[in-house]
Design a binder for this molecule. Sequence first.
Ligand code: IPM
Ligand code: MN
Length: 326
Amino acid sequence: MSHKIGVIPGDGIGHEVIPEALKVVRAAGVELDTVDYDLGGGRYLRDGVVLDDETVEEWRRLDALLLGAVGTPDVPPGVIERGLLLKMRFDLDLYVNHRPFLAPDGSHDFVVIRENTEGTYAGEGGFLRKGTPHEIATQGSVNTRFGVERCVRYAFELARSRPKKHLTLVHKTNVLTFAGDLWERAFHEVAAEYPDVETAYNHVDAACIYFVESPQRYDVIVTDNLFGDILTDLGGAVSGGIGFASSGNLNPDRTGPSMFEPVHGSAPDIAGQGKANPVAAILSAAMMLDFLGEADAAARIRKACADTATLTGSTTEIGDLVVARL
Ligand code: IPM
Ligand code: MN
């Protein structure tokens, strides 16, 4: 069976890593029927298009989306991020951002479940008296019981499926006493349904220390959108580098396609030079295959990417190496 995949290389190194990911998936024997979408900062600069509703409607008929990276320095901050990436996450209800981290030496293996549709990303806020000496900018954090609970539930299900069966809530309950309180109550109430899962809580600042000093303490982490954004860059840095960090923007209810993308950005500083590490994109594609029921091919790809220290060379050379190891 062929899977219908929307492909958005995006900007910068997205154009280099996505072809490698597709090459590896096809070499693993999975048939893909791909539709390319030219979206991102480059497209916006050419004709002003970010992402229209008709395109999102078209995507609802796909099995999944694979995205490289979006963002260009010559586009004002937020235009592409909010108009394309966040619009995808919100419109397709990709409420879980699933980001796994594996130490190159196997000493840690944890997953960060980042809430992906709420928090400070929701876009609540605005300016008053903008440009005056008395201007005010507010940026609210939206936390719905429904949104938090469904994300926490996904994290408990994941923790239950893993050998350690351990889930840590990361927040800042000592300062964010409203949002933190809602998260904590939702977490503990759902925990009562999962007596087999051991739970813990860390403040986000302390979690930063633990990520660096003792990441092996973690199994599954569930956290707010912005904390998860920051923590997952750190997770990449302590797990061999951001060039290996994969992610899935998931709609676990499968009311539409999920979207898979490397954690890294478009890296304009190295774009076009064949220097980008395609492994994050390749592993994101493997996560996509898992989600599409191609567990065998996904496992083979992950295995081919496992010996990270030996995955060196140009972008295409690394892609070829992974293919050869399949
Ligand atoms: C990520 C990215 C995005 C985010 C940006 C590009 C909007 O950093 O996927 O982690 O903040 O979510
Ligand atoms: Mn990020």
